[in-house]
Design a protein around this ligand. Structure first.
Ligand code: AKG
Length: 256
């Protein structure tokens, strides 16, 4: 299957100016844009099968960190300790024949995402593990409140858990300041919105400015979400600390 065949072309044309204008507006007004049924159900099934096959390679971690994905230190919300528990398949786990990988590497998709975000330049993330990764969350797993280290993340929902696993987002709360972030961490849900993520949904969001989390997973069916990372600057990478905690390894020295 060619990677672009995965896109539901009856509903979405990648060069549709009205679609791009709507996405621009949503990103401006809400910091998030949700495109349901963006991936066809047959392509979703292929991607789920791919993830089922690769799942034994995923790295399971239970990191302890602050909302900025670093060790708790300093003062204010940077001292808040939060916990995650999940498995992650890294970019290099996906063979070049993978439909998901081909979709991420397609220049047409990159250009579409760039237009939807309304930015002049957009680059795939330089992190050789995190640029494309799939989070696998099982019964009891959680991904607590955090800001990403990249400007934009595009997620593709592949499989919902039996229950729980909601994507909760406080859009652009970083701009509202330390006080607002602290209130949310203390349980205030005024700014929190649950974004609808059914299988095949493509969601764009500003993860560096929006604090988000995945609520605890309940039940036997694991939640699969593909994360496609981009940045407005070339060469943006995550830290070694994040790579070690999320993927359990660092790139080979000569690949750095
Ligand atoms: O799984 C999701 O829906 C979001 C994942 C996420 O927030 C992250 O990997 O930073």
């Amino acid at each position: 299957m060619s990677s672009l065949v995965a896109i539901n072309s009856e509903r979405y044309r990648l060069d549709d100016p009205a679609l791009i204008a709507r996405a621009n507006q949503q990103m401006r007004d809400e910091g998030v844009c949700v495109l349901p049924h963006f991936i066809t159900s047959s392509a979703v099934q292929l991607m789920v099968d791919e993830c089922d096959t690769l799942a034994p390679l995923a790295h399971r971690s239970a990191p302890k960190r602050n909302p900025y994905l670093t060790q708790a230190s300093g003062d204010g919300t940077a001292t808040t300790v939060l916990y995650d528990s999940l498995e992650v398949l890294a970019y290099d786990h996906f063979p070049t024949t993978s439909v998901l990988r081909q979709l991420y590497e397609s220049d047409e998709l990159l250009e579409f995402i760039r237009s939807c975000l309304g930015v002049a330049k957009l680059y795939r993330y330089a992190d050789p593990f995190g640029a494309l990764n799939v989070s696998i969350m099982r019964d009891g797993d959680v991904l607590d409140w955090h800001f990403d280290m990249t400007d934009f993340v595009v997620s593709i929902a592949l499989q919902s858990s039996s229950s729980g696993g909601d994507f909760e987002n406080a859009s652009r709360i970083r701009d509202a300041g330390e006080h607002a972030i602290a209130e949310l961490l203390e349980g205030d849900r005024t700014r929190v919105r649950v974004e609808p993520m059914t299988a095949g949904t493509l969601m764009l969001f500003n993860g560096r400015r929006s604090m988000h989390r995945v609520s605890p997973i309940v039940g036997e069916v694991p939640r699969y979400v593909a994360l496609l990372a981009y940045d407005t600057k070339p060469g943006t990478d995550s830290t070694d600390e994040l790579k070690l905690s999320r993927y359990g390894r660092l790139p080979a020295r000569d690949a750095r």
